[in-house]
Design a protein around this ligand. Structure first.
Ligand SMILES: [Zn+2]
Length: 911
């Protein structure tokens, strides 16, 4: 599954922050409002150990022959399965997983033909089914036959229903699946843990006029003998794989197809009548498949790879082997209405899911603890593929804003978690589909790739994937493969990054010694509040270091492995006027704290854009983190910011915008809001005057992304020329002259923030009129920019109305938290509707994003206590850590306001 989908949606809909702090104890300010007793009560209450036992390995499934009959009228299904099993130890009991199923019968047949009837008990709490037999099953083989039934639920997990509208306007339902994680157990009793790999032979009985799909191709398709309206479709056996990768779908679709050079058939399934919206996806899907076959040097093992748009879909996409499922906005593109950023996200998502066909599907993590082996790798590999297909996207620079910065932000919090995270209870599995598994995972893989080099990396991956094909692996297996090829101590070094949470900040000091530069490096853990406890003081990493100098920008002056807490490096032949920079292109997952002189020397390289955009971004982001932690004053930071006055690169602007939006958020709690808006308008006007509203070059991908970013921020600052022009263009848009999709979101938001009632209601009308998912989301999320209480309430009440699909409702909700007023009202709504959030999304990451984005904007002691008290009384199982992280963030905000408001006031009043 791809995480960045959610992140990116938020990027354009919600203020995205860069909260970082430096792990250095210079502040002794007493914590004035965080009650120690309450905090520990909160921690223990929210992180109480949930006991759970994994399935015994005495009985192992080999082949499931699974037959399912979904009923698309009453949303139920019946099923039967014959599972060929291996009995490893004699036992009179078989335990497997089942949830929300009724089991009618369970029989065991041994090879001699004798049959035992099982006594079935369902364990609802632990989602298991226990089948007891009067006699023990002997070591050997046998067939377990189970008859069962269940519901086609509306929760977007397991075997579920998804509503669609036919071209004639009739509402119908498809049956589809989402089994990660762990929800195959909602469709059929199974060993629903990734290490129980088996083959699956699926048969579906469905209305004869529907398209029926599964992981493999059909081998038999016949009319049902007893019902002329039904067809029986039997699919070829799957490869040996984990249960969470199985998929089957019954619905109505059009498709387009192509055959790759290795003769794999690639299809894009679209809603009926919208075939052309799959054209771009087809190009990316086939190119990605070929790219990864070449890169891994391992052919795709199935004869076909389908990608299909599902109208109701909880995450962004799912990598089911041979049948990848997507939410519509991540696969369908409409040339007239799809924005550059959505096209980019479509490419990234398809590349991500295609990478999973090897990383995750061919070789699977042994248990969820190693989820990052799937997600971190797919999140890294997606950039390799997109870079090769679309070099103009400058996607590796964007890696910083999509992956590295969000991961650095989260991982600076005490309630982060290590990449290799112990997971026990099923409720907790969803919660690790987070930035740590995906984006920190991808970031440290990038660091490793950079350190050992592409050739060794590629060869190591080939060996790893070949050795563990159709099996499971743990993190160490990967390190072993990379170590063997590279000859570097990969396991030892990378263990520092996967087994402990957090990361270091490296303090750099330099002195000139004749023609040599002596660089002193000191590492320490980076924590959100700038303090270190005893354990944190001892934390240490092995850090691959790179250094560049102004003497040769295209060459790394020095690469080294930092193995101690402190070290000295000599750079020979470096003149006194040369600047020195660490961490080329943000390849290493760490922050850098330069001495004042070193930073001063770097400033001209920023303003003249001598440094690469990603290096410019990194310096600013690091300094902002230092500001939030109290290591750098506001005056120092704002002086550095002035070096970016001539910035024109999109990626660097993302970092600038992160800082500005965070300051804007914090200062909204002071009387400085208007003064800061004035400062902001001034800062953004130069680039606005260069870019304007009109697209100058359709091909200039990043310039078009930048235009959207600038307009969005200026609208937030209520910059009159942007608001007025937006209203003018919106009126023309409604009258039939469409706004270019690349700026449409920004224009909509500008209008929604400052329009009259009639115009505001036009958004809802347009929402109802369009059937393009991307446009629906864009329209409705824009209305969250309103600063009017009645309109915010109108939108919040719309969130859970039947007009918003459940997959979108939480995103609509989140778009209201971008203003102080909206945040307060959304918090009330959330508290009043907590049960509905739980019912709809449970432990899914949607609720994690809701809690995080709703509460992360608060900045006072009062709100800290309110949030703490609410979640103590209203447990959101699986999201306990998210709540703790939010509390940390609120406290950091409140501390910052106390510490820095006067200093910012002085600055704003002096300009
Ligand atoms: Zn994924």
């Amino acid at each position: 599954m791809p995480l960045q989908i959610i992140v990116t949606t938020l990027r354009s809909s919600v203020t995205k922050f860069a909260t970082h702090s430096l792990g250095k104890v210079i502040r002794t300010q007493k914590n004035t409002f965080c009650s120690v007793t309450l905090q520990s009560k909160m921690t223990s209450s929210l992180t109480a150990v949930k006991t759970y036992e994994r399935l015994p390995k005495n009985v192992i499934p080999q082949l499931y022959k699974l037959e399912l009959t979904p009923n698309l009228e009453n949303f139920t299904f019946t099923g039967k399965e014959d599972v060929e099993v291996s009995i490893k130890e004699s036992t009179n009991q078989v335990i497997l997983n089942a949830s929300q199923l009724e089991v009618q019968e369970a029989l065991f047949k041994d090879p001699s033909g004798s049959t035992l009837k099982g006594n079935v008990t369902l364990d609802t709490k632990d989602e298991k089914v226990l089948i007891k037999f009067d006699e023990s099953l002997k070591i050997g083989s046998g067939t377990l036959s189970i008859a069962f039934s269940g519901i086609l639920n509306d929760q977007m997990k397991g075997f579920y229903r998804s509503k669609y509208t036919t071209p004639s306007g009739e509402e119908r339902y498809a049956a589809t699946t989402q089994f990660e994680a762990p929800d195959a157990r909602r469709a059929f009793p199974c060993w629903d843990e990734p290490a129980f790999k088996a083959q699956f032979e699926v048969t579906l009985i469905a209305p004869k006029d529907r398209t029926v799909l599964s992981n493999t191709e059909p081998v038999q398709q016949v009319q049902h003998p007893d019902n002329a309206n039904l067809q029986i479709v039997k699919f070829a056996p799957t490869p040996i794989m984990s249960s969470y990768l199985l998929a089957f779908i019954v619905g109505e679709y059009d498709f387009l197809e192509t055959i790759t050079k290795n003769k794999t058939r690639v299809r894009i399934y679209t809603p009926v009548g919208k075939k052309e919206q799959g054209q771009y996806a087809l190009e990316i899907a086939s190119k990605s498949l070929t790219f990864f076959e070449d890169y891994f040097n391992i052919p795709f093992p199935l004869s076909k790879l389908d990608h299909i748009a599902i109208p109701d879909f909880a995450s962004g996409a799912m990598e089911n082997w041979g049948l990848v499922t997507y939410r519509e906005v991540r696969i369908l593109t409409d040339p007239k209405n799809t924005s550059a950023i959505n096209r980019e996200q479509t490419a990234i998502t398809i590349a991500h899911e295609t990478a999973h066909q090897w990383f995750g599907n061919l070789v699977t993590m042994d248990w969820w603890t190693d989820l990052w082996l799937n997600e971190g790798f797919a999140s890294f590999m997606e950039y390799l593929a997109v870079d090769s297909i679309h070099p103009e996207f400058d996607i590796w620079s964007q890696f910083a804003s999509y992956a590295a910065l969000p991961a650095l932000k989260l991982d600076s919090l005490r309630d982060s978690h290590p990449i290799e995270v112990p997971v026990a209870h099923p409720d907790d599995i969803d919660s690790i589909f987070d930035l740590i598994s995906y984006e920190k995972g991808a970031s440290i893989i990038r660091m490793c790739h950079d350190w050992i080099g592409d050739e060794a990396f590629r060869k190591g991956l080939h060996n790893y994937l070949t050795k563990h094909a159709y099996k499971n692996a743990v993190t160490q297996d990967l390190w072993d493969a990379l170590e063997e090829v590279s000859g570097k101590p990969v396991g030892k070094v990378m263990g520092y990054w996967t087994k402990q949470k957090g990361y270091p900040v490296i303090k750099v000091e330099s002195k000139q010694d004749g023609n040599n530069r002596i660089i002193k490096l000191t590492q320490r853990k980076f924590t959100v509040d700038g303090t270190l406890n005893d354990e944190e003081s001892k934390a240490q990493w092995m850090v691959p270091i790179t250094i560049i100098t102004s003497q040769d920008l295209n060459k790394v002056a020095l690469s080294a492995l930092m193995t101690e807490k402190s070290t000295e490096i000599t750079l020979p032949n470096v003149t006194a006027d040369t600047w020195v920079k660490l961490n080329l292109r943000l390849n290493g997952f760490y922050r850098v704290q330069y001495s004042a002189e070193m930073l001063k020397a770097l400033a001209p390289a920023i303003s003249t854009k001598q440094l690469a955009p990603i290096d410019r971004l990194q310096i600013l982001d690091d300094q902002f983190a230092l500001l939030m932690a109290g290591q750098v004053s506001s005056a120092q930071f704002l002086e550095l910011l002035s070096s970016y006055a001539n910035e024109d690169n999109y990626v660097t602007w993302v970092a600038i915008d992160n800082c500005i939006s965070k300051l804007d958020l914090l200062l909204s709690y002071t009387d400085l809001s208007e003064k800061f808006a004035k400062f902001g308008i001034n800062f953004y006007s130069k680039i606005y005057n260069e870019l304007g509203f009109d697209i100058k070059d359709e091909k200039s991908h990043t310039e078009n992304l930048l235009r959207s970013l600038v307009l969005l921020r200026l609208a937030k600052f209520k910059y009159a020329p942007v608001i007025e022009e937006s209203i003018k263009r919106f009126k023309a848009h409604v009258a039939g002259t469409p706004i270019h999709p690349d700026i449409r979101s920004s224009v909509y938001r500008a209008v929604a923030s400052s329009c009259d009632d009639e115009t505001f209601n036009t958004f809802f009308k347009l929402y109802r009129d369009t059937d393009l998912h991307e446009e629906k989301v864009r329209l409705i999320q824009s209305t969250g920019s309103s600063g009017d209480l009645a309109r915010i309430r109108q939108l919040l009440n719309f969130t859970f109305s039947p007009e918003v699909r459940s997959q979108d409702a939480w995103r609509v909700f989140i778009c209201t938290v971008g203003t102080k007023l909206g945040r307060e009202e959304a918090w009330k709504f959330f508290k009043d509707n907590a049960d509905e959030f739980k019912r709809r999304y449970g432990s899914h990451m949607a609720n994690a994003f809701v809690i995080e984005h709703l509460t992360n904007g608060f900045a006072s002691e009062e709100k800290y206590k309110e949030v703490e008290s609410f979640f103590l009384q209203n447990s959101f199982s699986g999201h306990e850590k998210v709540v703790l992280r939010s509390l940390e963030t609120i406290k950091t905000h409140a501390d910052w306001l106390k510490r820095e408001t006067d200093s910012v006031r002085n600055f704003l009043e002096s300009i």
